[in-house]
Design a protein around this ligand. Structure first.
Ligand SMILES: Cc1cc2nc3c(=O)[nH]c(=O)nc-3n(C[C@H](O)[C@H](O)[C@H](O)COP(=O)(O)O)c2cc1C
Length: 339
């Protein structure tokens, strides 16, 4: 039996969750990750103010399908009133959880006082959380943030306590400061410190890419759930690896044939969900195609070719060529071993 963690009445399997990733973890991506066992998912971040002014992308970003549950919709904003109103609007989409982004490092967000800028103003962060909790009613509100703004102001523990007091049902901590963006190593020590300081569940995020790093995150931090972001690029299989381990099932890594089959399925999903032409949808699919080829023989050259793809048929041909190359490469290796 797999353990679960309870977040304000929502039960999540303690395996691995998919991290929110704007511009990457869209509906198609989430569907692929759920199929391979992601236990929980968070939408791409949505602007609270944008929603209040009925941004045309609201429905696209906030819709939660049954196949994705349990799932959170994530909001970012710097004003408690807008946050409360946005929560009311998002509730129409019936998310299982509402998550607030207080970790985004990008200037466009930070310059509005939202995302990780809130780590410099704990009182405002608490007010935003309180407003969201009040507006959300029975739906739990969680917050995701970083270790601090910069190396001189690592305040995640104090920040976490303030958000717990404000009514947050759980917290996700990414062990990097805002100044680090995505470089350097995520600090698991700060996730542990937050876990020890609060009585609500803590989700650990940062540098988990496989079963070993997932188990390390659980062990080193004592966190209640592990979240995977970039480690899932072209690799929904990471969720199968982790889910298999916790379920006591044997795990078989994907063959190159399976990788390409899943890549093509992911591309078909992107095309079928897009309102744009196949060619435009392929622009979106290119980076995913390239990621599925990572780590294989000759992938650098093939990744370059992925960025030229303009139709599904071209993706099929490229995947066949890629499989052929892998077969040729393993035949060469076998020959060398034989000699
Ligand atoms: C392309 C990209 C987009 C991201 N978008 C969001 C976002 O919308 N909301 C959020 O809270 N975190 C976002 N993050 C941060 C991730 O959720 C995660 O905390 C971070 O990447 C560290 O985890 P990882 O090492 O597993 O990638 C994003 C990260 C990346 C790489």
């Amino acid at each position: 039996m797999i353990d679960t963690v309870n977040i304000g009445g929502v039960s999540l399997k303690k395996t691995a969750a998919l991290a929110p990733m704007a511009g990457v973890a869209d509906y198609a991506y989430r569907i692929m990750c759920r199929e391979f066992g992601a236990s929980y998912m968070v939408s791409e971040m949505v602007s609270a103010k944008g929603i209040c002014y009925s941004d045309r992308k609201t429905a696209e970003l906030c819709t939660v399908t049954d196949g994705e549950r349990p799932m959170a919709v994530q909001l970012f904003g710097s004003e408690p009133d807008f946050m409360a109103k946005a929560v009311e609007i998002v509730l129409q989409y019936e998310p299982d959880i509402i998550d607030i982004n207080m970790g985004c490092p990008v200037p466009k967000v930070v310059n509005t006082g939202a995302g990780s800028a809130l780590m410099k103003d704990t009182d405002l962060a608490a007010s935003i959380t309180e407003a969201a909790v009040k507006a959300a009613g029975k739906t739990p509100v969680t917050v995701k943030f970083r270790s601090g703004w910069n190396a001189d102001s690592v305040n995640a523990v104090k920040f976490a306590k303030a958000l717990e007091n404000a009514g947050a049902a759980a917290l996700t901590v990414h062990g990097r400061t805002r100044d680090q963006f995505y470089s350097g190593i995520s600090d698991s020590g700060i996730i542990k410190a937050v876990k020890e300081a609060v009585n609500i569940p803590v989700i650990g995020s940062g540098d988990v890419t496989d079963l070993a790093s997932c188990l390390k995150m659980y062990e080193e931090t004592g966190c209640d759930l592990v979240m995977i972001g970039r480690g899932s690029y072209g690799n929904p299989f990471v969720f199968r690896e982790i889910d298999s381990w916790f379920s006591g099932k044997p795990y078989t890594p994907p063959t190159v044939e399976e990788k390409m089959e899943v890549m093509l399925r992911h591309i078909r999903l992107i095309i079928s969900l897009s309102e744009k032409s196949e060619e435009m949808a392929m622009h979106e699919a290119r980076k995913h195609a390239a990621w599925y080829m990572n780590g294989c023989y000759g992938s650098a050259k093939f990744r370059g070719r992925c960025y030229q793809l303009s139709s599904y048929e071209e993706a099929v041909s490229l995947s066949e060529e890629f499989i052929e190359l892998q077969r040729w490469h393993s035949a060469q290796k076998n020959k060398q071993n034989f000699v």
